[in-house]
Write a protein that binds this ligand. Structure first.
Ligand SMILES: C[S@@+](CC[C@H](N)C(=O)[O-])C[C@H]1O[C@@H](n2cnc3c(N)ncnc32)[C@H](O)[C@@H]1O
Ligand SMILES: O=c1cc(-c2ccc(O)cc2)oc2c(O)c(O)ccc12
Length: 238
């Protein structure tokens, strides 16, 4: 089995006691309420060799609820891929809302773009093809962006999560929310290293380090929700 198939087999089960339980959750509570165009984008992504990277639909549903709870208008997304979480966000924020969406690879974004256009929400998205860190630093050069965002969703290279966090603690306003994806890394954070499949080991180590730093960060309230692949919700306190 090649590495992509191995990853897919590991991640697609979700984190619950069984794959059947995860399917139950998706089929009873998530898919019936998923907007039609999001389903279309999810179906288009399913044939991509790296489809497993798309944000889990149950995580997307929670993101939409969080956006509504805080009336988010200006948001940041790091890690777009084909655009599942991006479209979810764009469909949720108001007509005059804006998303700065950063990904170093535009190719996958182009796959979802026709659906984003069909949904009539492309005007809310500023897609930037770049490494994320310099873009966040550039945003910080404009004092108008400090405390200027309501929400951020981070779903990219795990090695930089803490560096993103340091920037986001200046970009996102007090009371704003930052959500990090994959904070349970297929459950590997609770496995002894020697029992962890090789393809998960590096991500496991990065995730353990990040989770430890976040748990000790007095600037945020946190909740690690065990849905999707684990998402940590941070509310900036000061
Ligand atoms: C897990 S996928 C994002 C999934 C997406 N949220 C969705 O709903 O489909 C991770 C993405 O992060 C991007 N990425 C990885 N490292 C990056 C970096 N340093 N800067 C910007 N994008 C990066 C990859 O190109 C990839 O598209
Ligand atoms: O299997 C993966 C891999 C990633 C990943 C790897 C390297 C990067 O620079 C970014 C992302 O992300 C994943 C992901 O977000 C997911 O939900 C499942 C699997 C993977």
């Amino acid at each position: 089995m090649d590495n992509e198939k191995k990853r897919s087999a590991i991640f697609s089960k979700g984190l619950l006691q069984s794959g059947e339980l995860y399917q139950y959750l998706l089929e009873t509570n998530v898919y019936p309420r998923e907007p039609e165009l999001l389903k279309e984008l999810r179906d288009m992504t399913a044939t991509h060799p790296r489809a497993i990277m798309a944000t889990a639909p149950d995580a997307g549903q929670l993101i939409a609820m969080l956006l509504k709870l805080i009336n988010a208008k200006r948001t940041i997304e790091v890690g777009v891929f084909t655009g599942y979480s991006l479209l979810r966000t764009a469909l949720t924020i108001p007509e005059d809302g804006k998303i700065v969406a950063i990904d170093m690879n535009r190719e996958a974004y182009e796959i979802g773009l026709p659906v984003i256009r069909k949904a009539g929400v492309e005007n809310k998205i500023e897609f930037i093809e770049s490494e994320a860190l310099p873009v966040l630093d550039q945003l910080l050069e404009d004092p108008g962006n400090e405390n200027g965002f309501d929400f951020a969703f981070i779903d990219a290279d795990k090695i930089n999560y803490w560096k993103y966090h340091e920037r986001l603690m200046k970009l996102v306003k007090v009371g704003g929310i930052v959500v990090y994806d994959n904070t349970l890394w297929a459950g590997s954070v609770a496995m002894p290293e020697e029992c962890t499949p090789e393809i998960l080991r590096e991500g496991r180590q990065r995730t353990l380090e990040f989770n430890k730093l976040l748990a000790a960060d007095p600037r945020v309230e946190i909740s690690l929700a065990p849905l999707g692949d684990g998402i940590t919700i941070c509310r900036r306190m000061h």
